[in-house]
Design a protein around this ligand. Structure first.
Ligand SMILES: Nc1nc2c(ncn2[C@@H]2O[C@H](COP(=O)(O)OP(=O)(O)OP(=O)(O)O)[C@@H](O)[C@H]2O)c(=O)[nH]1
Ligand SMILES: [Mg+2]
Length: 652
């Protein structure tokens, strides 16, 4: 079905989104990383131009949307109104009333809002991101003079199976509303949304919805009780002390008429206004935009609408559509129903390019040509999500949301070398010059490896490193921006189990584009395992050499260990000189000679008699066998680099 209706003002219509459950969604790169917007100079002037172009008189009329907003308040011209767009996410457990709330808050909505898609209606749940907006006078804390604040509401689905869509939605927002059914309190997906919010959002407002279901006489007390409970829940999160509002977005529920008056919504709008802030927008760096709708306009081209995730775009620029492997020229753009020549990070914009079949791109990214990478593996810096119950084990498989895709991937965790545990974390780079310590599992309080560390740690404190990393190896290649957010989860966990499926989050530091990265790239990654082998001195050969046992198996090729340094538990340093006999025993040279105490330990005579004439091997096996009164152990320590194809043993 082609969507080719003439649409001269294309931001007023967003086509039919045809949402698909579980469809892959776009993810943003790390946003707002750098500078504030350039207020002066070429870019600043362009931003101002975009921002000052107010909507036509019909901009907010009817149900068709004016979704695009300016990135930030630009210096107003003498008569133009100032306008600030802030993206507000609506997240929460299924059926908590997110869509009802977005509807109650919105003054205008897009055709993609409020579960209009037939699939959504049939199932009675939100399947896709919905966009609508709320306009209100600019509050004084956002700058002097009259102006308009546009809150673009991003209504996320709540169903557990759509968590990828929720993660995508959370990354294009500046402020999050966590909607809680006041009769139920925190539920499994409320907790997951809170986790996602902590990773991706700066600010949050909790909305206790459905207060009409509380008996009127006890309503206030019940709201207060739930408010306290929520405050307690948030105590250990970055949203501690955030505002909590109580509403009934749709008093009476589904049977109530559409015209029913919501409760508490005007108070909530005041809270949202007070929480709105000037988002940091950065026009520098490559352009990247998450597309949510795509349709064609006869005679004009194909229009893609969405949110600019990073950088900026100007009329005439070439943009790449990585999913289609094509590059197209930007013919025109619209924000606020108005043609613009420039859009930047945070803007919602419609971009019209030379014709292509819109059916080929329902969702996805567009970007500066060749600015995205398609990678097979990656090094990320990561943190465990504290609510995830399981261990994070090397070699385990996770669902990994990276860039705009979620794929299965295998992980290998590693930490700094112990001497670097307290080193300042390196946020946006990975140092390939440094050596890293392989970990069987991510080190956290109580993890098995950290307990082992504690034992080896002389301070006995079991210090944890300030930064840890993982190598991710994807089952299929993913296309993503540099330094994008990565979330690892166990989405195959039973969605009815009351457990957090999100396991870790991090930043992609280095992608590996070469399919043969195992040979070409991994050897550069100096991750080592510390190997410790322990054996025993069997007997003294002379003042400068002993025979050792129990360090190697009979079949071990001792030759490869020749020259490696060992240390005796009595303090002497030794060097492995070679095998001794056939049973894995070996000779150690002690260059500085054995201490006399050691010799005493080792020279308790054996009662066994020697059998003559059997050669060296037999001799060492059966003759003059000396079991020392106090065993002397031999310690062999070496590093082996995990990706060294020659498996060399390295000693410092
Ligand atoms: N009584 C009452 N019912 C409400 C209220 N808000 C929403 N509902 C009902 O709760 C049900 C779910 O509402 P939605 O807005 O679809 O919930 P949602 O959170 O968007 O659901 P998903 O997007 O599928 O996760 C619907 O039947 C609504 O009519 C409210 O304030 N009071
Ligand atoms: Mg909904």
């Amino acid at each position: 079905m082609s969507r080719t209706t003439p649409r001269p003002c294309y931001m007023t219509s967003v086509g039919n989104p045809q949402p698909r459950p579980g469809a892959r969604r776009s993810l943003s790169p790390q946003r707002g990383r750098n500078a504030e917007i350039a207020r002066n100079g070429r870019r600043g002037i362009r931003v101002a131009a975009g921002a000052l172009l107010g909507p036509g008189p019909a901009a907010c009329e009817g149900n068709r949307v004016a979704m695009a907003g300016s990135a930030a308040v630009a210096a107003p011209g003498p008569s133009a109104p100032r306008r600030l767009n802030v993206n507000v996410g609506v997240l929460g457990h299924i059926d908590s009333g997110k869509t009802a709330l977005a509807r109650a808050l919105s003054t205008t909505s897009s055709t993609a809002a409020f579960d209009r898609a037939p699939q959504s209606r049939a199932r009675g749940i939100t399947l896709d991101l919905g966009f609508s907006c709320l306009r209100t006078p600019l509050p004084p804390h956002l700058g002097p003079g009259p102006g308009e604040l546009q809150l673009t509401l991003v209504d996320c689905p709540g169903h557990a199976s759509l968590i990828r869509t929720i993660i995508g939605g959370a990354q294009i927002i500046d402020l999050m509303m966590l909607v809680i059914d006041v009769t139920k309190g925190m539920q499994t997906q409320s907790a997951e949304c809170l986790v996602i919010g902590q990773i991706a959002c700066q600010k949050m407002v909790v909305v206790l919805n459905k207060i009409d279901l509380l008996p009127e006489g006890k309503r206030q007390a019940a709201i207060e009780k739930m408010t306290k409970k929520m405050q307690k829940t948030l105590e250990n999160t970055k949203f501690q002390g955030c505002p909590i509002a109580a509403v009934a977005a749709k008093p009476g529920g589904p049977e109530a008429p559409e015209t029913v008056t919501p409760l508490g919504v005007s108070e909530l709008i005041e809270v949202l206004k007070s929480q709105a802030y000037l988002p940091t927008r950065d026009p520098t760096g490559p352009f990247l935009m998450a597309i949510d709708h795509c349709f064609s306009i006869k005679g004009q081209g194909t229009v893609m609408t969405g949110t600019v995730l990073s950088g900026s775009v100007s009329l005439g620029d070439n943009v790449e559509i990585p999913a289609l492997k094509v590059t197209k020229k930007v013919k025109s753009m619209q924000m606020f129903h108005t043609p613009v020549t420039y859009a930047m990070q945070g803007d919602r914009v419609g971009v019209c390019v030379t014709q292509f079949d819109p059916k080929l791109l329902e969702r996805g990214l567009i970007c500066t040509p060749e600015s995205l990478q398609t990678i097979h593996a990656a090094v990320i810096s990561l943190k465990k999500i504290q609510y995830f119950r399981g261990a994070l084990q090397t070699k385990a498989k996770f669902h990994i949301t990276v860039g705009h895709e979620t794929v299965m991937g295998r992980v290998m965790f590693f930490s700094p070398a112990p001497a670097d545990f307290s080193k300042e974390p390196l946020e946006n780079a990975f140092d390939f010059e440094k050596e890293y310590l392989y970990q069987e599992e991510y080190l956290s309080k109580g993890s098995k490896s950290s307990e082992e560390n504690k034992e080896n740690d002389q301070t006995g404190e079991g210090q944890l490193p300030r930064q840890q990393w993982a190598l991710l190896e994807f089952e299929k290649p993913v296309t993503c921006p540099k330094f994008c957010l990565v979330i690892g989860s166990k989405l195959d966990t039973d969605i009815h189990a009351n457990t957090c499926r999100l396991a870790f989050h991090g930043v992609l530091l280095q992608g590996m584009e070469d399919k043969n990265y195992v040979e070409t790239f991994l050897p550069k990654l100096k991750v080592y395992k510390l190997k410790h082998k322990e054996g025993q001195v069997e007997r003294v050969l002379d003042d400068y050499s002993v025979i050792g046992r129990s360090l190697f198996k009979k079949e071990t090729n001792i030759q490869i260990f020749v020259g490696l340094k060992v240390k005796l538990s009595t303090g002497e340093d030794g060097v492995i000189e070679g095998g001794f006999g056939q049973s894995g025993k070996f000779k150690i040279r002690i260059p500085n000679g054995l201490k006399s105490d050691t010799k005493v330990f080792l020279t308790v005579p054996s009662k066994k008699k020697s059998k003559a004439g059997k050669g060296d091997a037999a001799k060492e096996d059966e003759s003059s066998k000396v079991d020392s009164a106090q065993p002397v152990t031999i310690n062999l320590l070496f590093k082996r680099y995990v990706f060294d194809t020659q498996k060399k043993m390295i000693q410092s």
